[in-house]
Each structure stands twice: as C-alpha cells, then as structure tokens.
Design a protein around this ligand. Sequence first.
Ligand SMILES: NC(=O)c1ccc[n+]([C@@H]2O[C@H](COP(=O)([O-])OP(=O)(O)OC[C@H]3O[C@@H](n4cnc5c(N)ncnc54)[C@H](O)[C@@H]3O)[C@@H](O)[C@H]2O)c1
Length: 243
Amino acid sequence: MRLEGRNALVTGAAGGIGQALVARLQAEGAKVVAADLDPSASTADVKLAGDLRDPAYCEALPKQAEDALGQLDILVNNAGVMRRGAITEATDEDFALTMAINVEAPFRLCRAAIPLMAESGGGAIVNLSSCWGVHPGPAHPLYVMSKAAVASLTQCLGRDHAHQGIRVNAVCPNEVDTPMLRTGFTLRGLNPDTAIDDLNRTVPIGRIAQPEDIADVIVYLASDEARYICGALLEVNGGKPVG
Ligand SMILES: NC(=O)c1ccc[n+]([C@@H]2O[C@H](COP(=O)([O-])OP(=O)(O)OC[C@H]3O[C@@H](n4cnc5c(N)ncnc54)[C@H](O)[C@@H]3O)[C@@H](O)[C@H]2O)c1
C-alpha cells in the first residue's frame, strides 16, 4: 500500500494503460479521479467526463479533483492520440488534434496542478511520453514531435518545481498492447492478434508490453520509492531500441 492516503488524477483513464493504472493505483491505496471522454466504465472513485481539447475542462480538472478528494497528490497525464503517416499526408486537423491532446492538455493540467500541490507541500506528476519522444520513429512525425514536447516539458518542470517538493517525470514506453496499437493494425488491414504475435518476436524480452507493465512503472514514479527522481525520462521497452 505505497499510496495509502494519496489522491490521483488520471487522464485517459478509460483507455488501455489508463484502466490498468487506475486498478494499480487503487491497489496501492490511492483514491483516483478518472478523466476521459467517457469514464463511465472506469472503476475510479470519481469520474469527470470531458474533452481535453476544451481548455476550460483541462484548467478546472485539478481543482475539481482536489475538491472531490480533499487534496491532489498525483497527476498522470496519460491521455493521448496517435495520427499516423508522413507529413505530406497530414492535415491541419491532424496537427491541431495531436497538439491539443498530447501537448496542450498536459501543459494546462500541469499549470493548474502545480500551485495546488505546492500549497499542500508537494506531489508527483507522471507524463506519458514515448520511446519515440526520445528517439524518433518512422512515419509518425506529428505523434513523435508531440511526445518529444512532452519529454522536454517533463525535464523542464522536473527541474523548475523540485524545490516545491513536486517531482515531474515521464514514462517512455515502446509498443504496448492497447486499443491505440491495435487500431493501427486494423487501419492497415492487418489482424491485430497476428500482428502482435509478429511484434512480440521483435522484442528482446520476448513480448510487447501489457498495460500493467507500464502502470507499475507509473505507480513507482508516483511513489516515495522514487523520491529523488526529478525530470527523468524512463524508457520501458523490454530491451527493444527504436528501429
Ligand atoms: N500503446 C502504445 O504502444 C504506447 C506507446 C508509447 C506511449 N503510449 C502513450 O500512452 C498513453 C496511453 O495510451 P494507450 O495506449 O492506453 O491509448 P488508448 O487509446 O487505449 O487510450 C487513450 C485514452 O485517451 C482518451 N482520450 C483521447 N482523446 C481524448 C480527449 N480529447 N479528451 C479526453 N480523453 C481523450 C481516450 O478516450 C482513451 O481512453 C498515450 O499518451 C500514448 O501516447 C502508448
């Protein structure tokens, strides 16, 4: 029960990693506020439905979480979208959507959460970047640049707010078995199960990540075991480098 008495706000809480994360946070004793377009299926203690493209929704979430649970100790900027393809195929809408959800929303949420955490003596923020945010992968320039922005934001805030007892870190996964990955295979006309079997063989540890593999690392970064880690980009890749 490493998070007994702590309260967490998780965006994208109804997604692949989000659902596993809510369960892990609760198993460690935390109370969880789930934010998502439709969080109704989440097991979280409080559910705040909304669209992260709405600045007012983002801005208000940390205070709403604090009001609901008494204090905000942990923020996980987990929601994300992936628009695929070369830049020559990208529309203005692809760009705007990617930046709004992957970059602007974490910016607004961090900006709103940090004063609340500072006021209550500290906290932990964990952002979902990607191994592609650190080592660019092919044919996803919008997604890669958005995750690089999240990585950079994490390093900046990790330094700027450590003196307030606020630790800001990022998890950088390689492939994780979630709807985000599976829809990509479906869009390309592939059977997701077969494609994942093939992908498993490319990972030195023998398989791509399951959402719980990432959720456990997020919980670790949010816990006091990571008390001296600030501004880190933690790659979680089963030994697979970006090819
Ligand atoms: N799956 C992977 O292989 C992988 C690898 C590296 C990093 N990541 C990152 O991990 C995070 C979680 O990804 P996942 O694989 O669980 O994806 P997912 O698609 O399963 O879940 C994403 C969640 O974000 C929510 N969301 C999307 N747009 C939203 C909006 N406008 N407003 C509110 N909520 C919105 C969705 O409803 C969904 O529940 C993302 O930031 C992703 O970029 C995933």
